[in-house]
Design a protein around this ligand. Structure first.
Ligand code: C2E
Ligand code: CA
Ligand code: CA
Length: 777
């Protein structure tokens, strides 16, 4: 070796520091472990590193002390000194690790370290064979005392060795302990008298000790490296564990994967995917999604993406969940990995669907509602323009629904609507939209079809389907449907125009006798406009008192004496001439002008009838619409009171529909009038759907058999039977029975024979403004 003396000393000190530092690093690693064999193993490694270091420092320093002379050492004490160094510090290290804060332990452990280092030194010195060694006691005491001081100071730092700064400080102090003991002791050590013989096999030379020292340093280096690796591994492992713990606290499912292979999933992921957290490792992550949405997931697995996408999760039990996913890249177990956050949005999607169902669908029938209709028809019209294929709109109105509700109650009616909806849905194609516009009105949007054939076919199928009776709770009811059809095109290019056209066609279908369908024609539109004009003119006519009243006699069958007159309104239009009530009364009803009209006719008729002999009755028609006014009865009573018209002479003719619209209100009004002495007549008896049930509703004073039965009397035996039945019924209920529309003697004869009380018709007298003239004649 060509090192100088100070070179050897520096090397010795460096080895002392390095091995101390390694031992402290190992101790720091051991301190982070729980007790047990592993920790004890690491403790032994720390003791080995330190012990080897102390021993090596000693023998390298000895090279400097002996000034390069070849010194021989006895083998046994040399080995023993190494064992002492290692075994001596082991309990010291164990003590400080188990109670690093205890003052006593730290001092005790420091003392043990100093003792071990000192023992090693003097045992090592005793191995010198080639010289006699003697010590100055002062130096021995001083060396041990300094060593003790540095050892205690070093171990005082023991709770700071988890940081590198703390490790360096402790290592420096330990090195000081080693150096102090060695060099202070050596300063008082003298060598004398070289002993022989050399070459005994119990002796080792300087080179061997240096080689051993080198081996020790290597061993320390290995221990140090292992410790560093271990520490790094542990840190990564802890980090991953912390990540997992954190991830388990989130509501979102988290899946960590590497190149699409699942590494780990949290417990929330199990809730979404149904794959237990323990079994997910190694799973092909893409398989979580259904075939259709797998591509979306695969994109996230290949490259993390900020975009939030939706997938459908297919669970092992076959059920599906809707989930939102988002991906990121992370470090997992020290390597690049991907993480996918999976949020289950099935419930909120369902709630949204439910809300949109409520907004767009009719809760009773499950069909679309008006909102859906408005949206769909907008689209359909645009599509029709683009595809140049007209779309058909069918508006369907159910017949006799009001009567069914009246007869069987509303819950029954609701059920009927559901049956109707089901039948309607069965008649359409997938592309068609069936909606309930409200009440008993339905509509179908029929796009992309060969028109007008497709619409006609559909309308026909619906008419047939609705004509078949419905059987609900063992009750069979027959309704029927009227359908108006309009095709989009020049005349109807907006939803509003299309709906209006279909409505006009529907009106026509209803007038055509119901249970039928009708296509919109331009002529209807003209009629519609005419109607609006008529409405305007009627309003004016009422204001300018241009309406008049005619009177038609009612004749007693047997005496052929006139018993009274029915007031019938007349309108002489300025340019159109005389307009029939059947044409303008419906307009008056639609526009509520009927209220004003009804008051006018009553007042006018009462005033006129006051000029007649006292025994003539006066019959006035009251429209069902007038009953929507809660003051109707009071208004009528006010008029007759004001004119002092005897209530007993007044008859009010109502049709059965009065008791269908708002039955309760009508019954109150009728009851009030009857109590006042006014007689109530059930007009047009036999034409309605539930005429018979009406008789039980209210104690009518008189029935008027509809003229359709009278018209058929001479030819049709059935009609005669019906008339006889009505008469028998009326008699048994103590009602007067009248027949209207008597036009010939044959009819009169039959009615007479059947025992009819009163007759009315062109045969007996036409409506006229001056009825008394005719009676006199
Ligand atoms: P309604 O109450 O059934 O009146 C009888 C209708 O039959 C009258 O028609 C009358 O002219 C007609 N008529 C009378 N005898 C015969 C006959 O022998 N053969 C035929 N074919 N018809 C006969 P009008 O005056 O055209 O009235 C039609 C309907 O208009 C009335 O039917 C009634 O429902 C309504 N109406 C008429 N005036 C008023 C009114 O002042 N107020 C209300 N609310 N409705 C009225
Ligand atoms: Ca009448
Ligand atoms: Ca009538």
């Amino acid at each position: 070796m060509s090192l100088t003396q100070s070179g050897w000393i520096a090397l010795a000190i460096a080895i002392g520091f390095w091995s101390s530092f390694s031992a402290v690093a190992v101790l720091s690693h051991a301190s982070a472990l729980a007790g047990g064999w592993i920790r004890r193993g690491w403790l032994c490694l720390a003791a080995l590193a330190f012990g080897f270091g102390v021993w090596t420092t000693h023998f390298v320093a000895m090279v400097a002390e002996t000034s390069g002379r070849d010194v021989s050492y006895a083998l046994r004490p040399t080995v023993l000194s190494l064992v002492i160094a290692v075994i001596g510090v082991l309990p010291a290290f164990a003590m400080v690790l188990s109670a690093p804060r205890s003052v006593r332990v730290r001092i005790g452990a420091g003392a043990l370290v100093a003792a071990a280092v000192s023992a090693m030194h003097f045992t090592g010195m005793s191995a010198i064979w080639s010289a006699r060694v003697s010590y100055r006691p002062m130096n021995v005491v001083g060396a041990v005392a300094l060593g003790l001081m540095f050892a205690v100071l070093a171990l005082w730092q023991i709770n700071k060795i988890h940081r590198v700064r703390g490790q360096i400080k402790t290592a420096v102090l330990l090195m000081c302990c080693i150096a102090a003991i060695h060099f202070v002791a050596m300063a008082g050590t003298t060598f004398s008298q070289v002993l022989t013989p050399l070459g005994s096999d119990q002796l080792i030379g300087r080179d061997v000790t240096l080689a051993s020292a080198g081996a020790c340093v290597l061993a320390v280096a290995i221990i140090f490296t292992i410790t560093l690796m271990r520490q790094r591994w542990r840190r990564i492992h802890l980090e991953a564990e912390r990540l997992r713990q954190l991830a388990d606290c989130t509501i979102e499912g988290l899946l960590i994967h590497r190149r699409g292979r699942a590494l780990w999933g949290n417990s929330a992921l199990y809730a979404v995917t149904g794959i237990p957290a323990g079994t997910i490792a190694g799973y092909d992550a893409a398989l979580i999604a259904t075939q259709e949405t797998r591509g979306v997931l695969e994109r996230h697995l290949e490259a993390p993406s900020d975009s939030v996408d939706e997938i459908v999760v297919l669970r092992p039990d076959g059920t599906e969940r809707i989930a939102e996913i988002l991906s990121r890249s992370i470090q997992y177990d020290g390597l690049d990995a991907g993480i996918i956050a999976v949020r289950d949005i099935t419930d909120s999607r369902r709630a949204e669907a439910q809300i949109s169902r409520l907004a767009y669908y009719d809760p009773l029938t499950g069909l679309g509602n008006r909102t859906l209709f408005n949206e769909r028809i907008d689209h359909a019209i645009n599509d029709a323009v683009v595809s140049r294929r007209p779309l058909a709109l069918l508006v369907i109105d159910l017949d006799r629904i009001k009567s069914v509700n009246e007869l069987y109650g509303h819950p029954f009616g609701d059920q009927l609507f559901q049956y109707v909806a089901a039948r309607l849905s069965r008649t359409v194609r997938r592309n068609d939209t069936v909606v309930r516009l409200g009440g008993d009105e339905f509509a179908i949007i029929q796009p992309y079809a060969e028109q007008p054939g497709a619409a006609a076919g559909l309308a026909m199928r619906i008419v047939q389907a609705m004509a078949r009776p419905f059987e609900i709770n063992d009750v069979k009811v027959s309704i029927g449907a009227s359908i108006g059809v309009a095709l989009s095109g020049e005349n109807a290019s907006t939803p509003k125009a299309l709906l209006q056209a279909a409505d006009l066609a529907l009106g026509r279908a209803k007038r055509d006798g119901r249970n039928t369908f009708c296509f919109f024609e331009a002529a209807m539109d003209i009629k519609f406009r005419e109607r609006r004009l008529l409405e305007h003119d009627l309003r004016q006519a009422l204001e300018r008192a241009q309406l008049t009243v005619d009177y038609q006699p009612l004749v007693e069958c047997f005496s052929m004496r006139v018993s009274g007159f029915e007031a019938l309104v007349r309108w002489q239009h300025d340019s159109l001439g005389s307009i029939a009530p059947d044409d303008f009364i419906p307009i008056a009803e639609e526009t509520f002008l009927i209220m004003q009209l009804g008051r006018f006719v009553l007042q006018q008729a009462c005033e006129t009838a006051l000029t007649w002999p006292d025994d003539f009755t006066l019959a006035v028609n009251i429209s069902p619409i007038q009953f929507s006014d809660p003051n109707l009865a009071d208004d009528i009573i006010e008029i007759i009171d004001r004119l002092a018209f005897p209530a007993a002479r007044l008859e009010l003719e109502v049709t059965e529909s009065v008791l269908i619209e708002d039955a309760d209100r009508a019954l109150v009004a009728l009851g009030k009038l009857k109590a006042r002495g006014v007689r109530i007549v059930l007009d047009d008896f036999g034409t309605g759907y539930s005429s018979l049930s009406m008789l039980g509703r209210f104690p009518f004073d008189k029935l008027k058999i509809d003229r359709s039965f009278v018209q058929d009397l001479s030819e049709n035996g059935d009609s005669e039977a019906i008339v006889r039945a009505i008469l028998a019924l009326g008699n048994s209920l103590n009602m007067v029975v009248a027949a209207e529309g008597v036009e010939n003697l044959a009819q009169l004869e039959v009615l007479k024979a059947a025992g009819c009380h009163l007759v009315q018709g062109f045969l007996l007298g036409c409506p006229t403004a001056r009825p008394l003239d005719a009676v006199a004649a």
